[in-house]
Structures are given as structure tokens and as C-alpha cells.
Design a protein around this ligand. Structure first.
Ligand SMILES: *Cc1c(COP(=O)(O)O)cnc(C)c1O
Length: 376
């Protein structure tokens, strides 16, 4: 075989699937900046006592790494079920390398070529990316102008598109607001296929916000996904999970890679869950910083979307990317989610939130100077 050397071949030269041509990978910038408030991680490090417990659990696994892990991660799923409560058992819980992996497995089992997934944009950017990776046709559902999703509007779009998989995100990323349970009920009443409620941020929700876990007993096609990447401060460990009917877990076992969850991941997650209270002790502080961001930005004349998560969507800017760059120049990395006029900031420690507010307030309508004309 001749032709250009491998180093010079571009992606367009490869016999890649037609539906992947011209696509961009998921790519939140990972920049070395003092204040990183762009990917909704928990800013607090793992507490020392928990770090020690995880280290000990990992050390205990090392000599046995010649063997494959428990393919079904049963002990971990028992621990996750206990954490979730609601009478759940291991048979109704499934885990993967981040909730992105369990979402992908759901699409492998319930989506795929010839099938359709519907989400309500703007929502989590990985939902359509995972759909395309699995050959699932994606339909962008609509929200109201203030990003609200009303029960009748959501149900009407499900009736119109008859998707095999519906994605709901509560609290929604990037807008931050939890769904009214009536929306989930209305979608479940008409959905012909699976309904996935992505609850990556549920632990941060304002008091009184119910979880879709309360609906599981009545709805065999409902799936609720969670993650240890956000409230649990374990984004680096890669552990996500879901709760559903036992038959849904059976379906996922048809598509998962054998031994997908390493012994080390299972051990780290179990040790972390044994210290859930300590890991989740930062949640109240982060909710406090979130509420402080909402209050301060509102007082400064920004538009702010109500948040049940550890982040806040705010605007509006004539050119949100220019504001993003100015904040970056000031040492604060926030997220431009590609929503014209808006930026998203993660609630961090008190000091990080101080730095963000100090950098952003001069960009506000209430501040004197040229920034005023930039507001739309
Ligand atoms: C961060 C996030 C996830 C988490 O992904 P992991 O793979 O568990 O790290 C899932 N869903 C949403 C909406 C998110 O924002």
C-alpha cells in the first residue's frame, strides 16, 4: 500500500462513518488558571480522612489485579442502592465509568440506527453527542424563551416525535433549574419509549425539590441517572450510576463491555460511599455560594436563571465570548456553553466566588463605563 505517510493523513482522509464527518468532540477548555469554575466540579478536595480510606481500599486491591474485577459490580451496586434509598436494591441499580458511560449504554440498548432520541435544548451537551456516537437520530426539543419547560409543551413534543429515548435533565445543565415533577409525569404519560432523567446535580437542589426516584415504582421505562463527579467531589474517579427497573439493568448488561468497571474504581467508589456524609459536607457551602452568586448578580442588574445546581447561568451579553475572555484575562475561567448572550459559572469555594464576583461585577449593567452598552 502506498499513499501519504500516516503522519500526514487527516481525519477527512479516513473511511470514517459519514454521520461523524465534520463533527467536533466534546471540549470544555482545560486551562491552567487559578480559578477554574467551568466544568461544575466540586472545588473542595477530598477530605484527608476520606482520602486515606480510599487509599487503603485501593492498596488492598493491588495484589489481586491479576484477576478481572467483579463484572457485575454487585457490592458497589448494593452500596449505591443503600445511598439512594427509596427501597432500591442492587438489581435496580447499574454503574459505569461516569454517568456518561451509563447514558451511552442506555442509547446502545434503547437507541441506535433507525431510532430517535429527544432532548430539550439547551440541556447537557453530551446527550446529542452520545446519540450521534451510537447512531441515534437526535431531535432538538424546544424550551420557552426563559428556558422554562412546561408539562404540556414537553408532552406535545414527545407526541410529535415519538422518540425511543427522551432525555430530561433535572436540575438542568446549563440553565440550573430543576424540573417541575409534573413535566416528568406528563412526559411519562405519553412517551412510547424510555425516559431518562439526568440528575447529576440533584444533591444541590433547593430544599423541597423531589427526585424522580420517587416515580420509579410506577414507571418501568423510567431511568434516573446520577454521578459521583459533582456533589461527591470524585470527578477524577469516574463513577456514574442509574436506578431503574431490574429489566432495564438486564438490558444494559447486553451492551456493556465485560469488566468495564475496574477493581480500583469499584473499591474507590465503595470507600467513598462509606464516607458519604463527609464527602457531601461541602454541598451546603456550595449551595450557599450559588445563592450568593444569584443574589449578587441579580442586584448588579444581570439576568440570572434560578439554580438548583452548583452553577449559575447569567447574562446577557452582546458578545458573551468577549466577556468570557475578559474574565479569563482576570484569572477566572467560566464556561461559554455556546448560548448566545449567556455564560455559566460554577459555584466554588468562598475565595473562588470572591474572585469571580470581583472580576464580573465591572461587566454588569449597574457598573459605569463602556460595559453598559454591551448589554443587550
Ligand atoms: C457533569 C454531568 C454529568 C456527569 O458526567 P460524569 O460522566 O458522571 O462525570 C452528567 N450529566 C450532566 C447533566 C452533567 O452536567
Amino acid at each position: 500500500m502506498s499513499g501519504p505517510p500516516a503522519e500526514q493523513v487527516s481525519l477527512a482522509d479516513l473511511p470514517i462513518r459519514d454521520d461523524l464527518r465534520g463533527m467536533s468532540p466534546y471540549g470544555a477548555p482545560q486551562l491552567d488558571v487559578a480559578v477554574q469554575l467551568n466544568t461544575n466540579e466540586n472545588s473542595y478536595p477530598v477530605p484527608a480522612a476520606v482520602a486515606e480510606a480510599i487509599s487503603a481500599a485501593l492498596a488492598a486491591e493491588v495484589a489481586g489485579l491479576n484477576r478481572y474485577p467483579d463484572r457485575d459490580a454487585v457490592a458497589l451496586r448494593e452500596d449505591l442502592a443503600r445511598y439512594l434509598g427509596h427501597g432500591l436494591t442492587a438489581a435496580r441499580v447499574w454503574a459505569g465509568n461516569g454517568s456518561n458511560e451509563v447514558l451511552q449504554q442506555l442509547l446502545q440498548a434503547f437507541g441506535g440506527p433507525g431510532r430517535t432520541a429527544l432532548g430539550f435544548t439547551p440541556a447537557y451537551s453530551m446527550h446529542p453527542i452520545l446519540a450521534s456516537g451510537t447512531g441515534t437520530r437526535w431531535v432538538d426539543g424546544r424550551r420557552a424563551g426563559d428556558f422554562d419547560l412546561a408539562a404540556d409543551a414537553a408532552a406535545a413534543q414527545v407526541v410529535e416525535h415519538r422518540p425511543d429515548v427522551v432525555f430530561l435533565c433535572s436540575p438542568n445543565n446549563p440553565t440550573g433549574t430543576a424540573l417541575d415533577p409534573a413535566v416528568i409525569d406528563a412526559v411519562l404519560a405519553v412517551a412510547p419509549g424510555m425516559v431518562v432523567v439526568d440528575e447529576a446535580y440533584l444533591e444541590f437542589a433547593r430544599t423541597g425539590t423531589p427526585s424522580a426516584l420517587t416515580l420509579l415504582d410506577r414507571h418501568p421505562r423510567l431511568v434516573v441517572t446520577r454521578t459521583m463527579s459533582k456533589a461527591f467531589a470524585l470527578a477524577g474517579a469516574r463513577l456514574g450510576y442509574l436506578a431503574a427497573a431490574p429489566a432495564v439493568v438486564d438490558a444494559l448488561q447486553l451492551v456493556r463491555l465485560p469488566y468495564h468497571l475496574s477493581s480500583l474504581t469499584q473499591a474507590a467508589a465503595r470507600a467513598a460511599l462509606a464516607h458519604a456524609d463527609a464527602l457531601l459536607s461541602t454541598v451546603d457551602a456550595l449551595r450557599g455560594q450559588r445563592d450568593r452568586i444569584v443574589a449578587t448578580l441579580t442586584a448588579q442588574g444581570f439576568e440570572v436563571v434560578p439554580s438548583d445546581a452548583n452553577f449559575v447561568l447569567f447574562g446577557r451579553f452582546a458578545d458573551q465570548h468577549a466577556t468570557w475572555q475578559r474574565l479569563l484575562d482576570a484569572g477566572v475561567l467560566v464556561r461559554d456553553v455556546g448560548l448566545p448572550g449567556w455564560l455559566r459559572v460554577t459555584a466554588g469555594t468562598t475565595e473562588e466566588t470572591d474572585a469571580f464576583l470581583a472580576a464580573v461585577v465591572p461587566q454588569s449593567p449597574a457598573s459605569a463605563g463602556s460595559a453598559v452598552e454591551e448589554q443587550v
